[in-house]
Design a protein around this ligand. Sequence first.
Ligand code: JFZ
Length: 317
Amino acid sequence: HDQKMEWWREARFGMFIHWGLYADPAGEWKGERINGISEWIMARAEIPVKEYEKLAENFNPDKFDAEAWVKLAKYAGMKYIVITSKHHDGFAMFHSKASKYNIVDATPFDRDPLKELAEVCKREGIRLGFYYSQAQDWHEPGGTYWNIEEGKPHWDPDLEREPLMNYINGKAVPQVKEILENYGGLDILWWDTPRGMTEEAANALKAVTDDYPNLITNNRLYRPWPGDFQTPEQHVPPTGLDYDWEVCMTMNTSWGYKWYDENWKSTEELIKMLVDIASKGGNLLLNVGPTATGEFPKASVERLKEMGHWMQQNGKS
Ligand code: JFZ
């Protein structure tokens, strides 16, 4: 347990990437600005499943360049990358046999960006993790959604409900097996928002990850759940914690790309945050939300370059 954490404890700084179909609407639906984080647009605008699915038909991020992403992360001083393989919208950003609703089978792009990213990471010595939304899957009849625990129905009445375990056994477990098997050996599996999760579902997924003794997982599989590290979100915890922790943080407000989110933190703020976190013994997972063409927003690139410049002068290596 401790041995697999060695590289992670040394790492201090990683890149979070929230990338999915939601990068296309980018916070706006039918000419209206939708409040909140952009990767939640399907829920916030109550978009029916069939309508949201149509985003895939035009999703063609042909400016995607895994090498450019990894090299910038590396230049910024980051040691690892965690990317959304499937967010709550249920769309897989990797080639999946378990569900056709994935970037290779459902879009004109016809490439597996996560495969490309995995290859470059391996070559460049950057560790790689996938985020996988195990509970919330707004696309599936058995997937959970944000207010399921309040007994609310899914916003799309055409999605005929099924038991959670249908989705867990039919999609989540097979897809988690796929990502652990097909991407050269992931270092991290990043679970999220266990809303509506059951112990049975958590155990089914844990059984899969148990086959990978070097895999590091977070504490968001179930509630309560230890995982290998805790995940304070959008704030820096006090000093003196006796467990491993990683702050995940946005540079602006939204995780996914939102074109009018101009609430950028300054480079100075980000560097101070990194120093604060490192001095307290934690890691910073700093988010980028790439566009639907597959590029990092200019403001993110600027900040990462400036952080890299600072790291060259003050970092360890
Ligand atoms: C979740 C997601 O819903 C969100 O879209 C994003 O991926 C983020 C990283 O994770 O949102 C959360 C999860 C946990 C907390 C808050 C928002 N939390 O523990 O305060």
